[in-house]
Design a protein around this ligand. Structure first.
Ligand code: KG4
Ligand code: ZN
Length: 327
């Protein structure tokens, strides 16, 4: 069975071809137009998707070496995300689905991140914890099989990746902030800065306090120090941000007795997070390389797992605030 995946929920234009659960191609175009603004500009994003999607689609088909009439279903992100961006991918997918006479499979972007660690891997038989941690989301779920997700905790303010992006912007090291902060943090062996590890009650997360603490510390520095101390600030911030995640993961493990965890989303590429999670949990799943940030491979994969052979839904609407299915 061949499933085509399309992802345009934010600033990545991506198309993937999946055959019987294996990735044949996963083309990701990251929009660079937002760099000068230090964040994603929705109107620019949707216009750029519109321009690039046909080329990304052609590349994915070419690299997979398939013919269009071999496609059995079109999986596409319907939400959550930026409404204009979602609409470009969804409209393209509807057109394809109609023209090829194959079902349209609407996919929730968060579910696709959550399932991405299992691309070309065996799905766990027992319950497990799942942390989706990206630029837009910081959510912890208990998973009791595909489609059975219980939300345990979520961010009360900023998403973890968003805090990385905002701190990177503050200290002037570029966008996206996560990889930049990790790169600079590696240049420091230790840090004289000490930022509070966020720990709101229960299993929820919070990043606004940490972000403000970095801002106040930064304001006290001289112009020269602001440059010299970039590695130390990066290291102290990264440690506090990741330890904030770890507190909740450890608490969830202790409360539920579940020692298996799947971590996904852009921030799951962070090597300090990967190391800490491996230290604390018995069984750990991360997405394969190239599948942590937004990509259509995870959309095709989720569509494949969810595809029931039904005619699909050509009337599905883009939903910027789509919630992950709960049972
Ligand atoms: O999953 P993703 O591509 O998009 C969303 O759905 O939001 O995640 C992007 C986020 C950005 O905030 C970026 O700064 C963060 O993931 N990120 C990282 C790293 N690589 C990407 N954060 C920390 N460490 C990294 N190595
Ligand atoms: Zn995402």
């Amino acid at each position: 069975m061949i499933i085509l995946g399309i992802e345009t929920s934010c600033d990545e234009t991506s198309v993937s071809v999946l055959k019987d659960g294996s990735i044949l191609s996963n083309i990701v175009y990251t929009q660079l137009e937002h760099l000068e603004y230090g964040g994603v500009v929705p109107e620019i994003a949707s216009r750029d998707h519109l321009r690039k999607l046909p080329y990304v689609f052609d590349s994915a088909i070419f690299q997979a070496g398939i013919k269009l009439n071999e496609i059995d279903g079109i999986a596409v992100t319907y939400g959550p995300g930026l409404v204009g961006s979602l609409l470009t991918g969804l409209s393209y997918a509807k057109g394809l689905s109609f023209a090829l006479g194959v079902p349209l499979i609407p996919v929730n972007h968060i579910e696709a991140h959550l399932l991405s660690p299992f691309i070309e891997k065996k799905f766990p038989g027992d319950k497990f914890l799942a942390l989706v941690v990206s630029g837009g989301h910081t959510e912890l779920y208990m998973v009791n099989g595909i489609g059975h997700y219980e939300l345990l905790g979520a961010t009360l303010d900023d998403a973890c990746g968003e805090a990385f992006d905002k701190v990177a912007k503050l200290i002037g090291i570029g966008y996206p902030g996560g990889p930049a902060i990790e790169k600079w943090a590696k240049k420091a062996e230790k840090s004289d800065f000490s930022f509070p590890v966020p720990d709101p009650p229960g299993l929820d997360f919070s990043y606004s306090g940490l972000k403000t603490a970095v801002l106040y510390a930064y304001r006290k520095l001289s112009v020269v120090e602001r440059v010299e101390k970039i590695p130390e600030i990066s290291l102290a911030f990264m440690r506090a941000a990741i330890e904030g995640l770890m507190k909740k993961l450890i608490r969830a493990r202790d409360e539920t007795g579940i020692d298996t965890i799947a971590i996904s989303g852009g921030v799951s590429a962070n090597t300090y997070l990967q190391k800490r999670v491996r230290e604390e949990f018995k069984k750990v799943y991360f997405p394969p390389k190239g599948f942590t940030s937004d990509n259509a491979g995870m959309i095709a994969f989720t569509g494949y797992l969810r595809f029931s052979g039904m005619p699909g839904d050509l009337y599905v609407r883009a939903d910027p605030n789509a919630e992950l299915w709960k049972t």
